[in-house]
Design a protein around this ligand. Structure first.
Ligand SMILES: Cc1cc2nc3c(=O)[nH]c(=O)nc-3n(C[C@H](O)[C@H](O)[C@H](O)COP(=O)(O)OP(=O)(O)OC[C@H]3O[C@@H](n4cnc5c(N)ncnc54)[C@H](O)[C@@H]3O)c2cc1C
Length: 437
């Protein structure tokens, strides 16, 4: 027999962002039920995340968001306000080296870093060679396919780079979500797993959200529903009938990430940086245990694999993408020996068309969305929960966030962050057009 439950808010999705939204809504005094069709918190796209924390976005509000959020990861226990008895995710400090190349030279980034006090060094080619002797600092732009004869061409110059040491990554992205869910539970949030939302329900006159119905037939009545369905969030927005007034579209994009052993000197233990290498079209970051995670950064020469139905995505990576990433990495680290077998994963981004997330209300009163996370919002999850709390509170008190966007004051910088920058109705932001945002 199906049950009818009541809550002040339903959060759809218990990924790292959904769990953070649940924590902040519960902290704000709402009774919250989180429903997730998976088996536990952080088991969706969050579990595949490279969980990198960096500040190299292209717009003021995105840079501020990442910088403010980073401080929450730096002192994770303080942010959560508790210690999860099942273990705490840890911030691993690791510097970020950003190669300056054609179309990605830092001009969109550095003025904001200067203004917000984000420290960095500029390294010329000689400094790069001296500090990172294992890196080939040749400029190979534009990125090429490996079957392009020009792939083997000599470099056309030398790279310079931006170097920032206050970056890193979380050692376990799924555990990060579990920690947030644990903290949310302490504030009364109720998490229900293997609970799939199959309909977004409206009030009798259709003007507002009334709750959700689950595949089991159970109904949760609530005046607030937040869609944090990751790669499924487009399906959920369509279920709610709220896509008409969105100017920014978002959809699932398949991504493969590989792990490969690296030579001594390139390991985390050696102080190796994670590298944003848009010169060859990828990124790589050291992983404990002498490995390197290597992922793509959407160079123009690579076909993008958009996915209509996220439930049909194969989790197995392909030899074709593996060979491409390995060859590009070997170009940058000539001492790297390509392993004999691929080790990696294939997961989905929920990519928006400008690679900026959507944190917003919707045209249906009471229905909100935190989606379009574009492969770059793990790092922003702690603050995204606070953004959504403020947008929910303002909207439910009668404020029109569409015409007068909520402003969020960053605790670290004291700067105001315009949450209208993450509107579903924004003009497309000017960004790198890649996962770098
Ligand atoms: C390969 C990869 C690498 C990445 N690397 C980085 C990185 O280095 N740095 C960074 O900042 N970001 C990175 N990201 C992005 C980041 O991981 C995501 O933005 C973030 O994890 C998204 O969290 P989420 O909570 O929105 O979604 P998810 O973790 O996908 O959670 C959504 C949840 O919704 C549930 N759900 C879906 N539909 C329904 C339904 N109908 N009913 C109930 N539940 C439903 C799913 O089961 C799932 O658990 C990466 C992403 C990927 C895929």
């Amino acid at each position: 027999m199906s049950a009818v439950m009541q809550a002040d808010a339903v959060v759809i999705g218990a990924g790292v962002i959904g769990s953070s939204v649940a924590l902040e809504l519960a902290r704000g005094g709402r009774s919250v039920i989180v429903v997730d069709k998976g088996p536990g918190a952080g088991m969706g796209s969050t579990s595949s995340s490279s969980s990198i924390i960096r500040y190299s976005y292209s717009t003021r509000d995105s840079i501020l968001t990442a910088w403010e959020a980073a401080h929450m990861w730096f002192d994770w226990e303080a942010h959560l306000g508790c210690v999860d008895p099942d273990g705490m995710a840890r911030f691993i400090q690791c510097p970020n080296l950003i190669f300056q190349t054609t179309g990605y030279d830092g001009t969109a980034i550095l003025p904001w870093w200067d203004e917000f006090g984000i420290e960095y060094e500029l390294l010329d080619a000689a400094a790069l060679r001296e500090r990172f002797p294992l890196l080939d600092t040749g400029k190979y732009h534009p990125p090429k396919r490996i079957d392009d004869p020009a792939f083997a061409d000599d470099p056309v110059g030398e790279l310079t780079a931006i170097y920032n040491t206050r970056c890193g990554f979380m050692d376990d992205p799924a555990l990060s979500a579990k920690n947030l869910a644990h903290a949310a539970r302490l504030h009364g949030a109720d998490f229900r797993f293997r609970a799939e939302v199959v309909s977004i329900d409206r009030t009798a006159d259709g003007s507002a959200v009334a709750g959700v119905t689950l595949a089991s037939g159970d109904v949760i009545e609530a005046p607030v529903v937040v869609n944090v369905g990751g790669p499924h969030s487009g399906i959920i927005n369509r279920m709610a009938g709220v896509t008409d007034d969105m100017t920014i579209t978002h959809r699932p994009l398949r991504q493969e990430v590989f792990a490969a052993p690296v030579p001594v000197g390139m390991r985390l233990e050696d102080g190796a940086p994670f590298v944003s290498d848009l010169d060859v079209g990828q990124y790589f970051r050291p992983q404990p245990g002498g490995m390197m995670l290597i992922g793509g950064a959407e160079p123009e020469c690579d076909e993008l694999h958009w996915v209509d139905d996220p439930d049909t995505n194969s989790e197995f990576p392909t030899v074709e993408v593996w060979e491409t990433y390995m060859m590009r990495f070997a170009r940058r680290v000539p001492e790297f020996g390509v392993p004999s077998q691929p080790t990696g994963l294939a997961a989905l981004y929920d990519a928006s068309e400008d690679w900026v997330p959507i944190y917003d209300r919707s045209q249906l009163h009471g229905f909100f969305m935190a989606c379009g996370s574009s492969g770059n919002q793990f790092k922003n999850a702690p603050i995204a929960g606070q953004y959504m709390r403020d947008i929910v509170e303002a909207t439910m008190s009668g404020h029109d966030h569409d015409t007068d966007p909520v402003q969020f004051r960053g605790a670290v910088t004291g700067e105001l962050i315009n949450l209208g920058a993450f509107s579903r109705k924004r003009e497309k932001s000017v960004t790198s057009g890649t996962v770098m945002g």
